[in-house]
Each structure stands twice: as C-alpha cells, then as structure tokens.
Design a protein around this ligand. Structure first.
Ligand code: FE2
Ligand code: FE2
Length: 285
C-alpha cells in the first residue's frame, strides 16, 4: 500500500489515493504522534493552539455528522448522491478517530480539557440531536462543512503549515484536502431533502456560531495552560494570524458571506487545485 505526504517530507502518513470528489473514498491512515513538540507550529502558542483547538472538538463534530447522515441514508433517492455521501461518512469517521488519537497526545503533554469535551459531547448528543429536527441537524452540518471547506482552503492556499512539525503538517493537509474533496456534499444532501432558503441560512448561522464559540474557547483554554504565554510574541502572532499575515478573519468573512445569498452554488473547481497538491494524480497514474 502506498502512503504519501502532502509535499516533500518523506514518511508514511496517509494512503496515496488521487482526489475523486465523485466517490470521496476514505484513505487509510498511519499517523504516529510520538515526539510531537508542544508548540509544533512556528513555536507559537497562537498558531499551534488554533489547530489544537480544532483537534479537541473535531471528534464530537464528526461523530455527530456520521450519526445524523447514516440515519438519513435511506432517504436518498439518487445513487449519484448516495455513493459520495457514503464516502463522506467514512472520511469523517476516519478524521474523528485520528483526531481522537492526537487528543491523547495532547493529554500526555499535560493539557487538561476532559470536562470541556464532556460538555461538548453532551451538547451534540443530548441537546442538538434530541431537540432539533433531522433536517435542521443536516442544515447545521451543511453549515459546519461550509466553514470546514473555507478553513481548508485558507490553510492550504496560505501554506501556513509549511514550517510545522512534519507529522502535524501531514495530518492537517490530509484532513483539509479530504474536506475539499467532499465539500458541498452535505449541502446537496440537505437540498435533496429540503431546499428551503431559511433552513440553509439558519443552519449556516447556527453552524458558524457553534464553530466560532468552540474554537475561541478551545484556543483560550489551551493558550492559558502554556507557561509564559503572556508575552509580546503571543500578541504579535495573534495579530498576524487574524489580520495581517494569514488574514484569517477577513478571509473567513469573504468565504462565509456568499453562503447566505439566496442562490448559492459552491465554487468547487477553484478549491480542487489545492487538494490536488496533497493528493496528486501524477503519483498514482
Ligand atoms: Fe472532517
Ligand atoms: Fe467534512
């Protein structure tokens, strides 16, 4: 079996399977999180914990998506949609398991977050799944997935992981590229069952709010546990990340706003070029 890394680092991390948005087949993974430095990206609390905060909550997000979509599979009356949705579900399940594995490494590094994860799990299983309709849950998932594809696009286009620890770079580039590969599918699934504008818009708003709250909370929770976090570098890194070098906030707004247009079609062709750098056709053809 062939495993690959996104660019030049040579070690096995994920199966080398070309990008195929028509099927979204999951790739086998082989991530080993031994010897990951605590600040694995530019020795920066801000940059490292942006990714670590996503990592904390992704297993809860992804298992929610897997449960809801699996339950709704019998409602799909179209094999062209069913096949990639089945792939989507398997990809998200692998993402969740892999990030769960890295959470154990974070725990071993001394970070404390068990209560935060318990509350998040409770929120997904006992609040969202119990009190929202299935269609609303799907609208929420379409909203999460829209944010995920924007973060993936920003992360791959800006090459922000270029100087990261090689395993962590590989982990995030693999995940970002699969997010792009199955981008737009959750929205197609929602539209297949319910294509009312307000449903998509409400799911998009609620989805964005949940992601932002958890991401900001997770970053603060982890940054506060680093020694010497209150220094000039932390504030400089935050400014660079949000506004100047990576322009995370302006790019997120630019990406999210079109989702609320009455007629919205994700521009997937523009995205695929970034995922193809991670899953290149040339290596397998
Ligand atoms: Fe994912
Ligand atoms: Fe996804």
């Amino acid at each position: 079996m062939k495993f690959a890394h996104a660019t030049t680092v040579d070690f096995p991390s994920f199966e080398n399977k070309p990008l195929n948005p028509g099927l979204c087949e999951p790739r086998k993974v082989n991530f080993q999180f031994n010897n990951i430095p605590k600040l694995w990206l530019n020795n920066s609390s801000v940059l490292t914990h942006f990714f670590n905060a996503m990592n904390l909550f992704l297993p809860a997000f992804e298992s929610f998506m897997v449960r809801v979509m699996k339950n709704q599979l019998p409602c799909i009356k179209n094999t062209e949609l069913e096949l990639p949705i089945r792939g989507f579900i398997k990809q998200e399940a692998t993402h969740g398991q892999t990030h769960q594995k890295y959470n154990k490494t974070l725990q071993a590094q001394g970070y404390k977050f068990r209560t935060a994860l318990k509350i998040t799990d409770f929120f997904f299983t006992e609040v969202l799944e119990k009190y929202l309709s299935t269609t609303m849950c799907l609208a929420l998932i379409a909203g999460f997935e829209n944010i995920a594809s924007i973060i993936s696009y920003v992360g791959l286009k800006s090459n922000m992981l270029a100087t990261a620890d090689p395993t962590m770079r590989s982990l995030w580039e693999w995940h970002f590229a699969e997010e792009i590969e199955h981008s737009g599918l959750a929205l197609k699934f929602l539209n297949h069952l319910d294509n009312r504008y307000w449903m998509r818009a409400l799911g998009g708003l609620l989805g964005a709010a949940i992601v932002v709250v958890l991401l900001v909370f997770g970053m603060i929770l982890l940054i506060l546990q680093d020694t010497n976090f209150a220094n000039k570098k932390t504030f400089d890194d935050l400014r660079k990340f949000l506004f100047t070098e990576y322009k995370f906030i302006p790019l997120m707004f630019k990406g999210v706003i079109p989702y609320f247009k009455f007629k919205f079609y994700p521009e997937l062709e523009d995205l695929y070029q970034y995922a193809e750098k991670v899953f290149p056709y040339s290596q397998t053809n």
